[in-house]
Ligand binder design. Sequence first.
Ligand code: AMP
Ligand code: MG
Length: 424
Amino acid sequence: MTSLASQFSCHDDYDPNALAVDLGRQLILDTLTPITGIEHIPLRDALGRILAEPVISPIDVPAHDNSAMDGYGLRGDDLAADGETRLSVIGSAFAGHPFDGPVGPGQAVRIMTGAKLPPGVDTVVMQEVVRATDEQVTVPAGQRKGQNVRRAGEDLRAGVAALAAGRLIRPAELGLIASLGIGEVGVRRRLRVAIFSTGDEVISIGTPAREGQIYDSNRYTLFGMLTRLGFDVIDIGVVRDDPASLETTFREAASIADAVITSGGVSVGEADFTRAMMGKLGEVLFWKIAMKPGRPMAFGRIGKDDNGAWLFGLPGNPVAVMVTFYQFARPALLRLAGIDPLPEQPLLQAACVTPIRKAPGRTEFLRGVLFVEDGEWKVRLTGAQGSGILSSMTDANCFIVLGPAQGSVAAGDPVAVQILDGIV
Ligand code: AMP
Ligand code: MG
């Protein structure tokens, strides 16, 4: 394998000391290939998992022509060119209880939504527009042959891939697979991600905090973000800023996980000793990203072959951890996990009601609240935006993304917004 450093330096814009967000994300993505390993599991268990093989439809869906309405089934050729059509009603077709026998010229059946069309019937007239007795139905003018009918195979044809490999299984996919009568699917095994925090000042909850110590929040936000993505999280705890313990922990983490995410220890003052130690374990690049928050970040590969893992060394500040996770680690881990294509992260435009001071040159991810006022999308800042102020994230429903070219924002200016919540 060529070294990451030489691979990345082919890009003209590659500057590890001022790396653009988009380029950094792309370089990471280009480096990663999905894990292998398939599990065959019952359909319900597959929610949130990623298809490892396509789902091939064994049947036409729907399996037969059926009615899209409650009404009367008839032969389209019987409809009068203009004026009413009178037909005799010879029976009923219900969903699950078909009318057996053909429907001849001049005849109709009462038919319910989902009922199979009897032989001869190709058209359904909705019940609200007819006049009917038990024996006869009068259909008004203006009906079209073939209307209100769902054709066999119009949703899916037998033998074709209903869902491609790489698809994330959401509620709609569960339903679609079930509609094919398939009760078991082949999914990628879950991605295993090990996490740990670094820092002599960081302690875990359950330990009383002494002067100068802080509770570890990063392992909790990371646990939450990773669990939401459906990954297995291996929590290794807090590791002291000591090269020997860090080295042992990195080796152990790399041998049990596909990816390792750490927080802290990559800032300028601390990077030197982690850098020296990591040189022994594999190849890790220390980047300064042209972004705020989250300037320092490490990316690379530690450990060997099957005992190796991808490393994301995120900064220590709690908001920087979340921002760098969403912008770099999330797409990378989704690719590793086998999602294909990667889901788009749409940017919306909203009028920013809070003025923001900014110098061009870097990307800023501010925490905002998106709302509607007078029928228009607007966004405001959540308040203080320090990279350690986690309440700026708890109060937010979006990131305001100010790109490298953008300068200060005046109240009312349009800005790009990335929404944090989705409905599925
Ligand atoms: P570092 O990147 O290690 O220099 O840390 C930057 C800042 O983030 C420092 O104020 C740390 O105390 C803080 N920090 C580091 N790790 C954590 C953590 N796991 N939870 C909360 N804050 C942290
Ligand atoms: Mg630290």
